[in-house]
Design a protein around this ligand. Sequence first.
Ligand code: SAM
Length: 325
Amino acid sequence: MIDPYGRPITSLRITLTQRCNLNCFYCHREGESGAERNEMTPEELGRIGRIAAELGIKRIKLTGGEPLVRADIVDIVRVLALYVEEVSLTTNGTLLESLAEPLKETGLARVNVSLDTLDSGKYMSITNNSIHGVQNVMRGIKRAAEAGLNPVKINTVLLRGINDEELDAMIDFTAEAGAILQLIEFETTKEGEGTEEYRKYHADLRPVEKRLERMAEEVRYNELHRRKKYLFHRNGRPAEVEIVRPMHNSEFCANCKRIRLTSEGLLRGCLLTTYGSTDLLTPMRSGADDDEIKEIFGKVVAMRRPYWMPVPESKKEESAAEVLK
Ligand code: SAM
């Protein structure tokens, strides 16, 4: 599958549930809003995975909500791993310590674990929860690396005034855990940019990149993701840091090879817009055959367009001023 902008579609991100045991204040909920519970079964997900693989999907990323709150998560991974080269998941890590090994054994290749701070008070307030502590997540990360779910990536959303002073401590922990640190820009839609919350907490990652450039022992270029990686040693152990900067980044969109399936079975071309979103689950439950399902994939891919388009030369100055505001 190739979209009208020449982007090959090789990756599918599936939201397994909207349920989550945390409630992070900045969360985009993968573009979903409600608390609908029309979740897909492992059998349905397996069929979608098989059809997607026949259409050229090589990688499936499971997300949520929190994918590990699904009691059947191991069955889901098992059935999807039959069809694609790589099944990975992104998790808040609260339930990872006991699940890392069973997931690895059933075919999970790797994990991203979201962790925005190492400070337990901040963790409780970012995640709006009083049950799951940060130590638990840190243990989950270490267990995942020991179980071989490598590379374990720590997803840290940079939040101005909250965790922007923790870079050094996060690099230390990344080295200790044998993980990779991904610093992620707080992301929102064009409409969301005007909200008070976004303006308050959004941090520009470009100065952070400059700082990493100065601090790192080595800077390499990651061809696959078309981004730099910064290499360190801490206490004799290696650590890697990457920056994910999607906002107003047409390069980010130009490299996007991913379509999405919502927890209710809507196929979508982009996180930030519902344009082209098409129901896959209802036709499937009404007896659609594989060719009909493939047509839905084709339709969604045909309607894909980059959310952040390159800025025309004439608008560049204006737009740069806007970004720096
Ligand atoms: N519960 C799982 C987790 O914590 O990884 C999966 C769902 S969560 C929505 C997936 C990832 O999106 C997490 O790494 C989270 O930090 C990131 N995320 C959520 N809202 C975001 C935002 N507004 N900007 C950037 N990243 C965001």
